[in-house]
Design a protein around this ligand. Sequence first.
Ligand SMILES: *[C@@H]1O[C@H](CO)[C@@H](O)[C@H](O)[C@H]1NC(C)=O
Ligand SMILES: *[C@@H]1O[C@H](CO)[C@@H](O)[C@H](O)[C@H]1NC(C)=O
Length: 223
Amino acid sequence: MFSKLNILFAIFSLHFATVLASDPDPVQDFCIPKSKFGSDRTAHGLLTILPCKNSSEVTTDDFVFSGMKVAGNFSDAELAVISANPTNFPGLNTLGMSFARADIEVGGINPPHFHPRATEIVHVMKGRVYSGFVDSTNRVFARILEQGEVMVFPRGLVHFLMNVGDKPATLFGSFNSQNPGMQKIPSAVFGSGINEELLQKAFGLTPKQIETMRRRFDPNRAK
Ligand SMILES: *[C@@H]1O[C@H](CO)[C@@H](O)[C@H](O)[C@H]1NC(C)=O
Ligand SMILES: *[C@@H]1O[C@H](CO)[C@@H](O)[C@H](O)[C@H]1NC(C)=O
């Protein structure tokens, strides 16, 4: 009896954890927000519950996003990412999904990063990319993806891409959260202001080497 109860409890807990860890289920067909999400695109800002428009004011255009027909701006020199999420694509609001386009120059990378709230499926539309992720035992699962191939990065695991082809690569990624979140490992570690002594001990680096890393990854520091 006890063991049965325990098993039931375990199943219930697992199920509950899954429910808590994903976006809430919609309770209506859609919810186009009446007002725009704040320009503050923090995790909390995005998840704010906004009142929905009266459906008589909703139009087809609310469900169409035209902002990824061409590559975005190559601000990081080699990588251009355009995200479609409820802040710029109102139709997605409350649906628990979002989408992105990434263009990578020849030899360019998308550095190791993870999305705390979403599994990602990436589709190589054009080009050839080395792509992979690392699981929680530090095993790496990586290989070269050819045009047309698709890879999945399980939620919360560190993943990365590098264009190993001879022309620019174009990829599309979809996420099972309207607000996947993103942490880039290099800037989370060296660009966030973590205590320097701790970084020295963690990485076995000298103060000078830490300074070099900080100058590279901290946007608030002069280059
Ligand atoms: C929605 O709009 C319709 C048509 O303008 C109106 O009849 C209805 O009362 C509105 N509903 C709400 C909840 O405001
Ligand atoms: C790229 O930059 C230009 C000029 O700053 C801007 O007008 C445009 O909206 C940007 N495009 C994207 C996709 O962010």
